[in-house]
Design a protein around this ligand. Structure first.
Ligand code: RTP
Ligand code: MG
Length: 157
């Protein structure tokens, strides 16, 4: 077996609140990339959800702003499957900071749809361990996601 062989992987992708309006275009990019969407859920994160999901960044200067942003509106979580899915999805995302992405990778998802340093359109797991943790957080029967019934809050019907 060559060590350069492609490895079929799963990753966790998430459309953040600032890019929710671009859901169709982002799904088109995923389809054209050849990655498969094997699970998908639209929801909102509570502040508690967002604090846990981004727990590794606790104490960093952007943490509180990130938690507020991520719990501010609808998000879409997806399980993506394909050869080297983790790296391929992060390549489609582009650099973390939208302003850098616009300069260095204008056709990347963050270059096209991001807003600023924290509001950067989409998330992607950074390793197989993160992917496993994040997919479990979002999709497992034992999911720790608290806020799932946002649709009950509809005020028109
Ligand atoms: P992500 O986890 O969302 O896929 O992004 P990433 O690996 O490229 O970036 P990471 O270092 O894990 O940071 C997580 C998220 O925190 C926000 N952030 N804001 N204002 C800032 O300086 C700053 N730095 C990071 C972004 O939303 C980033 O995606
Ligand atoms: Mg990250």
């Amino acid at each position: 077996r060559s060590k350069f062989q492609n490895i079929k992987e799963k990753t966790f992708a998430m459309i953040k609140p600032d890019a929710y309006i671009h859901i169709g275009k982002i799904i088109s990019i995923i389809e054209r990339s050849g990655l498969q969407i094997s699970n998908l859920k639209m929801t909102k994160m509570s502040q508690e959800d967002a604090r846990e999901f981004y727990g590794e960044h606790k104490g960093k200067p952007f943490y509180d702003g990130l938690v507020n942003f991520m719990s501010s509106d609808l998000i879409v979580g997806m399980e993506l499957v394909g050869d080297n899915a983790i790296k391929r999805w992060r390549e489609l995302l582009g650099p973390t900071n939208t302003l850098v992405a616009r300069e260095q990778a204008p056709n990347s998802i963050r270059g096209l749809f991001g807003t600023d340093g924290t509001k950067n359109a989409c998330h992607g797991s950074d390793s197989p361990g993160s992917a496993f943790r994040e997919l479990n957080f979002f999709f497992a029967k034992t999911s720790k996601l608290k806020t799932q019934a946002f649709f009950n809050q509809c005020t028109c019907c």
